[in-house]
Design a protein around this ligand. Structure first.
Ligand code: HT7
Ligand code: ZN
Length: 872
């Protein structure tokens, strides 16, 4: 079995100092000549073989310092190349290999997307281009020469700065690029193709001019302007907030249509999934605009957190990913609304990371073993990794955090490093001990924090009992206590913040309790009346919280908490408690429903809350979150019915007001993607979606909105509301949408996603028919994920059908796609992660489908790794 352990980390006996690559790019076969300047490390014994990684390479020539190697001096196999007895001094290994990008459906290494040659090397794709020490602790400078047909590939790009280019006469041309910054091979990139572009410039704080360009398919140039605007704002923000300037003379972005992920931060040459570049109001939603802005920022921020300072090994992936997600979250918070961003991020965390952490695929942000590293680009590494960095900032304060970051850049620039080194800079800059804090990186699972309180009127004391508990996760039976920053406040009966004169029993400052042990009992004195407590303000730690607050307390918080996150959270908690009771078949609590209805009414009418916040507050917890809150024997159909019933009960009485607000929120202003306009549309579309469920007039209103829409945000919101609820208008409107935007693949993705999320029983058959259509692009990750990924991840009722047909469809799909693109297959398969929590019939049906898949021959390592863990 092929398992890699962190404890086995050791530097390689040889290192690569510089790389000269010469690509002869041509249809069918590309030739790659590599000259690697290699050195033995100090202490490497004579005769130690040099073992290079390599996959699907055809070796045609091999030489050392210009002298061809005899057959006995080396061995090449399916995993790489061994040079038996390399020189014990600096030498140049030259290889010539042939590769076939055209047949590369895995989209790792060099491949061809809509005629464009492009690369994806993270994490282990470079070995599919040439023989190499393909690991992140090998930092080398790269010089890249490319030749290609001038007509097929007028644009030739690689990392760094353009050194020379010219015509070779015979219809061929060449370009040479040089990247002065030593980098790991996973940051290597090249692009060759016939592309359009937009250009701009950015002048850094120190006055250096940087040439910016975004390359794309011809005709899409106008759709790149928002991405360019986002890039310039990102560059300015990183200077202002973190003192980080860009370091090369050029920054290029290329949009490609076949890409396994969102985007890639290759040094000076970011490559993007085109869905995260292209935007115009008619075809992109507000959410698309925000995603583009976020991902452009994320990849740009990697230039310092990832590229200038990279990871020693792939176990440290969250060193760059968690930190960079934290940075992009802060960027969006500064550019838009901090509260709305925080709520949205927590919704995402709970929808993706919490289920991972509570299911068969649970792993720590820094795992200590893996079979397939591609399966660790997970919500835990990214989003929980960002939460851990956020807690560090919360504990140290913004200034302390910034001091640590400054030291990180100063101390580790140019290095491949570790989580230990990252924590050490915060310790040294702030004179604190982060030994226990490190547990967050090493341990899987979402802690459960329980708080109970009591008030003693006679002594005017208020006591909190707080405890933490993390349930076992696969392979981790025992859990340690983690450091918990608990931002909090006490609220008096009139809704104002309440102070105290003294506190005993805990580590407490004005607005934060820090819990380090299993439990604490904290007593506040001088508390004039019983307060309502607000815990984990801003969601200050990624935990599940249990309190003994009553529904009245929660409604009080929803009205009075000074922390907008907890105002939102309080309404969520009220709704969740009600819907859980309904699923359990308990007598409907009319009073409580009326109170929630009144709170929603107040929210809608509020003159102080902004529209985007209201849209979030008017959203009840989704079905999957309700399922996880129930925790076992989940019946997704019962949850669906209960949630619809609750929406009707809460919002039906408000339908008149909601229709009025809906009309009032309409506007003729030209579309702008800014936060204020987007917030207004979000609220209006939220009302529309609620009316579709709660008001007999809702579906007609949505259909009218669909027809009259002047932008994709409004049109798609209407289509999604109707298409998912599968009302009478669904089929004709979906048909209209498809023809209206025929020829735009990114809009086709929206059509696919809504089609796959329909709640009716017929959806599975329709999805199968779409997939079976011979014109369906079977190798494009965006299309496959939009259709089958949406079905498995976002159609909880039909995917988990009790007859098992939804499960079987997905496992058969996975088996098929796995032969061409294992990364897409493995990712879709993670849709099964809820299976152990389902009720018995569905659970057995899922087990059968997974077991049948496991028996298939020749599954990829990606898919078999997920499957093995999934089945426990
Ligand atoms: N660092 C990038 C990760 C990535 C990736 C991973 C596996 C396969 C394909 C991939 N493309 C990009 C993206 C990021 O986090 O910024
Ligand atoms: Zn990243």
């Amino acid at each position: 079995e092929h398992t890699i352990y962190l404890k086995d980390y050791a530097p390689t006996p040889y290192t690569i100092v510089s790389v000269d690559l010469d690509f002869g790019i041509a249809p069918d076969t590309t030739k790659v000549r590599a000259q690697l300047t290699i050195e033995p490390r100090e202490g490497t014994a004579a005769g130690t073989p040099l073992v290079l990684d390599g996959e699907e390479l055809k070796l045609e020539e091999i030489a050392i310092d210009g002298a061809p190697l005899v057959l006995s001096a080396y061995a090449a196999d399916a995993n790489g190349l061994t040079v038996v007895n390399p020189p014990q001094r600096r030498f140049v290994l030259e290889t010539l290999v042939a590769i076939t990008p055209e047949t590369n459906t895995r989209l790792m290494g060099l491949y061809r997307s809509s005629g464009v040659w492009c690369t994806q090397c993270e994490p282990e794709g470079f070995r599919r281009i040439t023989y190499y020490l393909d690991r992140p602790d090998i930092l080398a400078t790269f010089k890249v020469r490319m030749t290609a047909d001038e007509a097929l590939a007028p644009v030739l790009l690689a990392n760094g700065n353009l050194v020379s280019r010219g015509s070779l006469g015979n219809g061929q041309h060449f370009a040479v690029w040089e990247d002065p910054f030593p980098k790991p091979a996973y940051l290597f990139a090249l692009v060759a193709g016939d592309l359009g572009s937009i250009t701009d410039t950015y002048t850094t704080g120190s006055g250096r001019k940087v040439d910016l360009a975004i390359y794309c398919a011809h005709g899409k140039e106008e759709q790149c302007l928002w991405a360019m605007d986002s890039l310039k704002r990102s560059m300015a923000w990183d200077e202002k907030r973190f003192g980080r300037e860009y370091d090369l003379d050029v920054f290029n972005i290329v949009a490609v249509s076949d890409f396994n992920f969102g985007a890639m931060e290759n040094k000076g040459l970011n490559i993007f999934n085109d869905r995260l570049v292209f935007a115009r109001p008619e075809t992109a939603t507000d959410a698309d605009y925000e995603s583009i802005e976020r991902v452009i920022a994320h990849e740009y921020f990697h230039n310092w957190t990832g590229n200038r300072i990279t990871c020693r090994d792939w176990f440290q992936l969250c060193l760059k990913e968690g930190l960079t997600v934290y940075r992009d979250q802060e960027f969006t918070s500064d550019e838009r609304s901090r509260a709305v961003k925080r709520i949205s991020d927590v919704v995402t965390l709970r929808a993706t990371q919490f289920p991972e952490d509570g299911g068969p695929l649970a792993h720590p942000p820094r795992p200590d073993h893996y079979r397939e590293i591609n399966n660790f680009y997970t919500p835990t590494v990214y989003e929980k990794g960002a939460e851990v960095v956020r807690m560090l900032a919360t504990l140290l304060g913004q200034d302390g955090f910034r001091k640590g970051m400054d030291l990180y850049f100063e101390r580790h620039d140019g290095e491949a490093t570790t989580i230990e080194a990252f924590l050490k800079v915060f310790e040294d800059a702030n004179e604190v001990d982060l030994t226990q804090f490190k547990t967050w990186y090493l341990q899987a699972g979402t802690p459960k924090v329980t708080v109970s309180d009591s008030y003693d009127a006679a002594s005017q004391t208020y006591t909190l009992s707080i405890s933490q508990e993390t349930a076992p996760t696969p392979g981790e039976p025992e859990k340690s206590d983690v450091v918990l920053p608990i931002k909090f406040g006490l609220i008096g009966p009139n809704g104002s913040p309440m102070g105290w004169s003294g506190v005993t029993g805990g580590e407490v400052s004005d607005d934060m309790i820090v819990l380090r042990g299993k439990s604490a009992e904290i007593t506040f004195s001088g508390v004039a009346s019983r307060p309502v407590p607000s815990f984990f303000r801003e969601f200050s730690a990624p935990v599940n919280l249990e309190t003994d607050l009553t529904q009245e307390d929660r409604l009080f918080l929803a009205r009075h908490d000074s922390d907008p996150f907890n105002r939102w959270q309080a309404l969520q908690d009220v709704g969740l408690a009600l819907v859980k009771d309904m699923v359990a078949g308990k007598q409907t609590d009319e009073g409580a429903i009326g109170a929630l209805s009144a709170a929603m009414d107040d929210t809608l009418a509020s003159g102080s809350l902004d529209d985007a916040f209201k849209a979030l507050a008017l959203t009840l917890p989704d079905e999957q979150l309700i399922g996880r809150a129930i925790g076992k024997d989940i019946d997704p159909e019962a949850i669906h019915r209960a949630r619809v019933a609750l929406i009707r009960a809460v919002f039906r009485p408000l339908a008149g007001k909601m229709r009025g607000a809906y009309v009032a929120l309409g506007s003729d202003a030209p579309y702008q993607p800014d936060a204020v306009q987007a917030g207004r549309r979000a609220l209006r579309n939220r009302l529309m979606a609620l009316l579709v469920t709660a008001d007999p007039e809702g579906p007609a209103l949505a259909a009218e909105q669909y027809r009259n829409a002047t932008n994709m945000t409004d049109r798609f919101a209407a289509l999604a509301a109707i298409g998912v609820a599968w009302t009478a208008d669904a089929a004709p409107l979906l048909a209209d949408f498809r023809t209206r935007f025929a020829g735009d693949p990114l809009v086709f993705d929206k059509w696919l996603a809504v089609s796959a999320r329909a709640e009716d029983e017929g959806v599975l058959e329709r999805v199968q028919a779409i997939l079976a259509d011979p014109t369906f692009p079977k190798n494009n990750p965006n299309r496959l994920r939009s259709l089958v990924g949406s079905f498995a991840m976002n159609n909880p009722v039909q995917f988990t059908r009790a007859d098992g047909a939804g499960f079987r469809f997905v496992t058969q799909f996975v088996a098929d796609v796995d032969t061409r693109n294992p990364q897409v297959a493995a990712r879709v398969l993670t849709g099964f992660r809820v299976w152990p929590m389902l009720e018995a019939t569905r659970r057995e049906a899922a087990r059968e489908a997974l077991t049948a898949l496991k028996e298939s021959e020749g599954l990829s390592r990606n898919t078999s790794d997920i499957l093995t863990r999934m089945l426990g």
